[in-house]
Design a protein around this ligand. Structure first.
Ligand code: PLP
Length: 383
């Protein structure tokens, strides 16, 4: 291993939202104050503008804002008619909401294992999990990279089952020349502050190119009302605030630049890790960029030997990291009734013990990236 130079200590957070905010604070202030002057807080004109902008960015015909990414998933499941007794096939290695939306409707989440390099659902495993009860397939585009949507789409259409994309972490990603948000019947996006396009609070959005689905989703987010006070179905109250939409419209103008910065930070890491000797020695493995599309690096997730020790070491040296996700969904207490046992989905289980997200946010400087890799190197050279 290359000799470790002593660098002066730095503080490198996992994500630096203040840096982003400071760069655009004035524009954001103006957008917020315009909404305050208009006082049109619920489904004001900015909501429709954002819906149209995001749908067109994703290559979809319709966008429907809602209160969160979790609600976007729930509304999508409701719109395709998922109910008690149905099954929905999904990934065990994701944020809780991916499975929560299925369980909330009384349906059964069926988990299939992931690919070790991309952390996305393995299409070969998917095929065997489909039966006559399967109502939908819910692949996740994890950490910024699309799942293998062509293979998944082929399996789905051979069974006549809709695909709902969990695109919460992957706005702007694509595969086979098509963007996330246009790869299934409905896609769910999140504007949670840590996502690539993050609001000042919760927010979400669904995209679809199916006019009937779009109408259904629009009704469903206002308690199932076709027009005010006339209810065709039982929906929920889940709207994107006008204030959030106005803020997101400002930030959306920077999304491509931020995404490109994330991608070049990831490239820089690949180079730095390659030179460090950490890969050859087997201490660290890098996330696979499948190369079939555009990875937008919501997270840069390495696999590390003695992960918890490394995380502690980095913390002591001012580097923020996070474990996404420490317990796969099939082993969560609340899903014990599904009957999964440890050992059943070994790739997801191994990932949970090895993964570590390191800073990849757009404003990350090259010095900070070097510092992070240096400190990872110093951990393994210490023992
Ligand atoms: C963030 C996230 C969600 C949920 O989004 P919220 O807006 O926080 O409700 C769903 N799925 C995945 C994969 C996510 O990362």
């Amino acid at each position: 291993m290359k000799e470790i130079r002593e660098k002066t200590e730095m503080r490198v957070p996992l994500l630096d939202l203040k840096a982003q905010h400071n760069a655009i604070a004035e524009e954001l202030g103006a957008a917020v104050s315009a909404v305050m002057s208009g006082q049109h807080f619920i489904l004001g004109p900015e909501v429709r503008q954002l819906e149209e902008a995001i749908a067109s960015y994703c290559g979809a015909d319709y966008g429907i804002g809602c209160a969160s990414g979790s609600d976007a998933l729930l509304l999508a499941m409701m719109a395709v008619g998922v109910e008690a007794g149905d099954e929905v096939v999904t990934s065990p290695f994701s944020f809780f909401a991916t499975a929560g939306c299925i369980a909330r409707l009384g349906a059964k989440a069926v988990f299939v294992d992931i690919e070790p390099g991309t952390f996305n659902i393995d299409p070969a495993a998917l095929q065997q999990s489909i039966n006559h009860k399967t109502k939908a397939i819910l692949p996740v585009h994890l950490f910024g990279q699309c799942a293998e949507m062509e293979a998944i789409g082929d399996i789905a259409s051979s069974h006549g089952i809709p695909v709902i994309e969990d695109a919460a972490q992957s706005i702007g990603s694509d595969i086979g020349g098509r963007r996330a948000g246009s790869l299934g019947l409905i896609a769910a996006f999140s504007f949670y502050p840590t996502k690539n396009l993050g609001g000042a609070g919760d927010g979400g959005l669904m995209t679809t190119s199916d006019a009937e689905m779009a109408g259904r989703l629009r009704n469903m987010r206002v308690h199932g009302a076709r027009k005010k006070y006339f209810h065709e179905t039982v929906g929920i109250n889940s709207r994107l605030d006008t204030l959030q939409a106005a803020i997101l419209l400002v930030k959306f103008r920077y999304l491509e630049a931020w995404t490109n910065a994330r991608r070049s930070n990831a490239e820089r890491y690949r180079k730095l890790f390659g030179e460090s000797g950490l890969i050859d020695s087997g201490h660290v493995r890098l996330p696979r960029d499948a190369g079939s599309g555009r990875h937008v690096y919501n997270q840069f997730v390495i696999r590390a030997e003695r992960r918890d020790g490394l995380q502690q070491h980095l913390k002591e040296h001012g580097v923020g990291t996070e474990v996404y996700y420490p317990l796969p969904l099939h082993l969560q207490d609340c899903f014990r009734y599904l009957g999964y046992k440890r050992g059943q989905l070994p790739v997801a289980e191994a990932a949970s013990e090895e993964v570590l997200a390191i800073p990849v946010y757009p404003e990350l400087s090259s010095e900070a990236a070097e510092y992070v890799v240096d400190k990872i190197g110093s951990f393994y050279s210490m023992q």
